[in-house]
Design a protein around this ligand. Structure first.
Ligand SMILES: Cc1ncc(C[n+]2csc(CCOP(=O)(O)OP(=O)(O)O)c2C)c(N)n1
Length: 1012
């Protein structure tokens, strides 16, 4: 039978055997992979002399019979059926054939034949073998990446270090796993519909099947995708990697492309258009730019090393393919209609990306190395490998405009991930790109950070949520198999650094970064995946780090063997150039000319950079706000206009807030009562906090300001006070957002419950707020103390963003705060931490609001409409308007406070009969401190001593911030009293005892020592 199959195969050879062979050889050559039993090459087997009727022209017929029989054994004559069964059961040459049964004696002849080999076992064997082949195909699809030749160093130290899986045929004896042996290798099997290795053929000999699977899954690319739940997506990936010849490059195509590359590179300085190669297998990959990018990249790093050998630059050597990888993604995405790409990346290779992907002028980069430059902008600036950049230019491959921005980022690895996502979402939102067809993001990661940092996981979890999705991010991991000095085996518990991406069903393409064509191929597929499915995808560039963590570090201290290997390693450019020179695609002379040319470009830029005397951080802005700043870089309008609304507007918004503005919508009975209560307040011309928020949001929306409120359970409000999203009690998922029914031409209101994350979500909203100064973007913590898991966003972006990157941001943080016995530390939003970050600069800084909890329902915590009419303003300080105003000279004490404590103090003052002698002033805006208004109050009561009152202990809350400012206000002429002892926790009291004890303590402090 094997001869029959051999004949069949021989008569109809698999398409383009030569290309398959040359392709595999090229790959192996490129990556220096070791040969295995099943090299992806076609083999031809012996003649068929033992079955004479199979020779010559009859074999076509036999082939047809055989395929028909494979489909359905009854479709062929019984004699053929018996023949095929016998042959398949291993009948020796010549023995498979049985004479056709005589006419009229069919039953007897058949019975004899069947008796000879036994039908049942043959069928079973046939079925078993086919099932085995199906399993084998599946095994390669699932686990082929485990044996792919991914590691350019060939030490596989970091990549899945276990033994190869036993169901991958790395040697002939592995066939046993499937109940097969070598004699089965030339049997022909029908291919399952879940593979595309057959191309136009539906059957293949086992040997060929294995070779093609090796080709698809075990070369320079390891594809991890079989965990994806969606069959269509799996099929899409299979056909991208399995189709024969899909990654094929002909010599002729390379020659053409390289000729174009050589031409275009010569005129590179004038940014002339590069040639684009339409390569059959790759679609329209630009191979010229692949080589050019490697080339530029290598020369760029080399140049920096030569000029500033003792400077840290976190060079990319060892992962030179990153630049062509990014350019491929950008080109392909631009072809698919993307106009703006927002990128986030760590230190490694950042200068190179700025120079060769974003195209920051080289002299601007070089002058960053000059320590004598004077800063022209405020603030301290940041190290050069953290700076961002925004650039609109023509994509030379597609001839279309593309805007590229690389977000500035702090040292904190991966912290920028959610920020990039938020900015991307905002850009999509403002240009009406609901599918992510025009704006997208690319995130770069280091392998250690991608595996280790939790914010990566948090960011992935935003990727498919309606109000947070950016419709697919392309992640590129620079997997240099080391993190600073730490080996992966002690840095992560997962096989790959990329395993985290599996939570969102993102396919993961591991690729040997020393095979630039394979890198380009997977990047192309990644960009197509994103354009097709609008989902995340990961490209894992398995590479190495030629130097230490930075250029000053000695890596041999800790990774001696790895670095011995690295020292022997030829650079990828050299390897690739040698390959193409050997192929005749480029001459050595052309290659050397290009090196000289690029060096000259760098030298000229270096000379120009010396003329720079002043460093403008503003030239490195990643998010310019056009129209917002004047020529001096100051915001055009920082006045504080009246926030008042007309009676009619207040009434109208109040009406919307207390009604259901759509027909046939059934709300919960409890909510009806809440809305009735709101209607009653509107009737009485007062607002509680929730209604006040409605007034603020509603009026801004009406004026055309987009508002986005995000956070855990914000739609209803943690304390069930807000109810901005109404739910129909009878129709699943039918909702109504009354705030979007304020006025016909209003701006949209986005209110969205977030995933249960603070770090990721606050980062996201910060990024969203970065995109435009003309929107109100708010993040609400469920309880104020929860902001501490997002502390990195506050400390690294919100607080120092202006000083480091002259980047302003108007995000608002709503942090429920108040000592209400909810656990010692859970009650405090830690205002002291925020105040510590403040100076008195009134620029467009973020706003931190310590919002109420119990005061949401306190009967006295209400404002009259009169306080909101035209001409009114936000009150930075609310003075005492009670009896003390009549005889201020008689006031013995003025108590300054903020927040809910005011209500407790007024009650206690009344209880103690001190309404005429104690004034209480509320400081509503702590920073910038309202010196002017505090002075008015202190002057008003010349005989009063000054007390600061807060619920929090002395070492917490506002005291340390307020005290020196109060004293400055009164020129240190009067002391400022405060007497809560310091404590480790915000307040140690719990539940019922809390309110009693804390109240007594505090009131004693405020009122007891008064000399009245
Ligand atoms: C959150 C955080 N923790 C620690 C560091 C210190 N650090 C800087 S680089 C680095 C190693 C990063 O390794 P990897 O992610 O693999 O990137 P590589 O430097 O190898 O490119 C560490 C631990 C940091 N920058 N950020």
């Amino acid at each position: 039978m094997h001869r029959l199959r051999t004949t069949v195969v021989r008569l109809r050879p698999i398409a383009a055997p030569q290309t398959a062979k040359s392709q595999s050889q090229a790959r192996l050559a490129a990556v220096g992979g070791a040969l295995r039993t099943f090299q992806p090459m076609r083999s031809y087997t012996a003649s068929v002399s033992a079955e004479p009727f199979l020779n010559g022209t009859s074999s076509n017929y036999v082939e047809e019979m055989y395929y028909a029989w494979l489909e359905n054994p009854r479709s062929v004559h019984k004699s053929w059926d018996i023949f095929f069964r016998n042959a398949n059961a291993g009948a020796p040459p010549g023995a498979a054939y049985q004479s056709p049964p005589p006419l009229g004696g069919a039953a007897l002849g058949l019975a004899n034949a069947q008796a000879m080999v036994g039908v049942q076992p043959n069928v079973e064997k046939l079925v078993e073998d086919h099932l085995a082949v199906q399993s084998l195909v599946r095994a390669y699809q699932i686990r082929g990446h485990h044996v792919a030749q991914l590691d350019p160093l060939g030490i596989m130290a970091a990549i899945d270090p276990g033994p190869p899986p036993s169901d991958i045929i790395t040697s002939n004896d592995k066939l046993e796993f499937y109940g097969l042996d070598e004699s089965d290798l030339d049997k022909v099997f029908r291919l399952p519909t879940t593979t595309f290795i057959g191309g136009s053929e539906s059957t293949l000999p086992l040997r060929e099947i294995i070779q093609r699977l090796e080709m698809a899954y075990c070369q320079s690319i390891g594809v991890e995708f079989m965990f994806i739940n969606d069959l269509e997506q799996c099929q899409w990936i299979r056909q991208k990697f399995e189709r024969p010849g899909i990654m094929q490059f002909t010599l002729e195509e390379k020659r053409t492309l390289l000729a174009r590359m050589v031409r275009s590179t010569r005129s590179r300085k004038g940014y002339l258009k590069l040639g684009i190669g339409l390569i059959s297998g790759l679609g329209d990959i630009d191979l010229t730019s692949c080589l050019t990018s490697c080339f530029l990249l290598a020369r760029f790093e080399e140049f920096l090393q030569r000029k500033w050998s003792s400077e840290k630059r976190f060079g990319l050597e060892g992962c030179e393919s990153l630049i062509p990888a990014l350019k491929t993604i950008i080109d392909k995405s631009s072809m698919n209609g993307v106009e703006s790409i927002i990128m986030g990346m760590p230190h490694r290779g950042r200068l190179n990306v700025l120079a060769n992907v974003i195209r920051k002028e080289l002299d601007q980069i070089f002058c960053q190395f000059d320590s004598k430059l004077e800063a022209a902008d405020e603030g301290s600036g940041d190290v050069k490998y953290h700076l961002g950049m925004w650039h609109r230019r023509i994509n030379r491959v597609t001839d279309r405009n593309i805007t590229l921005s690389l977000m500035a980022n702090p040292s904190h690895l991966e912290a920028v991930d959610p920020v990039v996502q938020g900015k991307t979402k905002a850009e999509q939102f403002y240009c009406g790109d609901t599918e992510g067809n025009r704006v997208m993001s690319i995130l770069l990661h280091g392998d250690a950070a991608f595996a280790g940092q939790g914010v990566v996981y948090e960011t992935f979890h935003l990727s498919d949520l309606p109000s947070y999705t950016t419709h697919g991010t392309i992640h590129v991991v620079v997997n240099n198999q080391i993190g600073f000095t730490t080996d992966p085996r002690v840095a992560r518990s997962s096989s790959y650094p990329t395993d985290v991406a599996k939570v969102v069903n993102a396919p993961i393409f591991h690729v040997n970064a020393d095979d630039p064509e394979a890198v380009m191929y997977v990047c192309n597929v990644a960009a197509e995946w994103r354009a097709t499915f609008h989902k995340d995808v990961v490209v894992d560039l398995v590479c190495y780090r030629r130097n230490g963590h930075n250029e000053m570090d000695e890596p041999m201290f800790t990774q001696p063997l790895m670095y011995k290997q690295i020292k022997k390693q030829k650079g990828v450019l050299q390897k690739y150039a040698e390959k193409l020179i050997a192929e005749g695609a480029v001459t050595r002379q052309e290659y050397e000319e290009e090196i000289a040319k690029y060096d000259k470009i760098c030298e000229e830029a270096h000379a120009r950079s010396k003329d720079e005397k002043i460093l403008h951080i503003k030239h490195w802005l990643d998010s310019p706000w056009p129209g917002f700043f004047n020529m001096d870089g100051q915001p055009k309008s920082m006045t504080s206009p009246s926030t008042g609304l007309t009676e009619e507007e207040l009434g109208h918004i109040g009406h919307i807030a207390s009604s259901v503005p759509v027909e046939d919508f059934t709300i919960h009975g409890g909510l009806s009562r809440i809305l009735k209560g709101r209607a009653a307040m509107v009737g009485q011309r007062v607002c509680d906090w929730a209604l006040g928020e409605y007034m603020a949001f509603g009026s801004l929306l009406k004026e055309g300001t987009h508002i986005r409120l995000s956070g855990q359970d914000v739609e209803r409000g943690t304390f069930s006070h807000r109810h901005h999203v109404l739910h129909d009690q009878n129709v699943d998922k039918r909702i109504c957002i009354p705030m979007n029914h304020i006025a016909p031409n209003q701006a949209p209101y986005t209110v969205c419950n977030s995933s249960l994350s603070e770090y990721g979500v606050l980062g996201f909203e910060l990024g969203f707020a970065m995109a435009s100064p003309n929107a109100l973007v708010l993040w609400e913590a469920q309880f104020g103390d929860f902001h501490n898991t997002a502390q990195c966003i506050i400390d690294q972006f919100i607080c120092p963003g202006q000083a480091k990157w002259v980047r302003q941001n108007g995000i608002v943080l709503l942090l429920p705060h108040g000592m209400e016995g909810m656990g010692p530390e859970h009650s405090s939003a830690r205002p002291e931490r925020f105040l510590q970050m403040c100076n008195e600069d009134p620029d467009a800084y973020p706003l931190i609001v310590f919002t109420p909890k119990s005061l949401l329902r306190h009967p006295d915590a209400k404002s009259n409409f009169d306080d909101m009419l035209p001409g009114t303003h936000f009150q930075r300080l609310i003075p005492d308007s009670g009896p003390v105003c009549e005889k201020p000279d008689g006031v013995k004490r003025i108590v300054f406070c903020t927040g809910k404590v005011y209500y407790e103090l007024t009650r206690e003052r009344k209880n103690r009969g001190m309404d005429n002698t104690v004034a209480i002033a509320r400081i509503e805006q702590l920073s910038p401190f309202p010196f002017d208004q505090v002075k008015v109050e202190t002057d008003r009561y010349p005989n009063a001593d000054l007390v600061w009152c807060q619920e929090e202990h002395k070492n917490q809350g506002y005291y340390d911030y307020v005290k020196p400012r109060l004293r400055t206000t009164v020129d240190r002429t009067r002391p400022v009293w405060y007497d809560q002892p310091p404590s480790l926790t915000p307040l140690c009291f719990v539940l019922k005892v809390f309110s009693l004890l804390s109240h007594v303590c505090m009131c004693e402090c405020v009122f007891m020592y008064m000399c009245v």
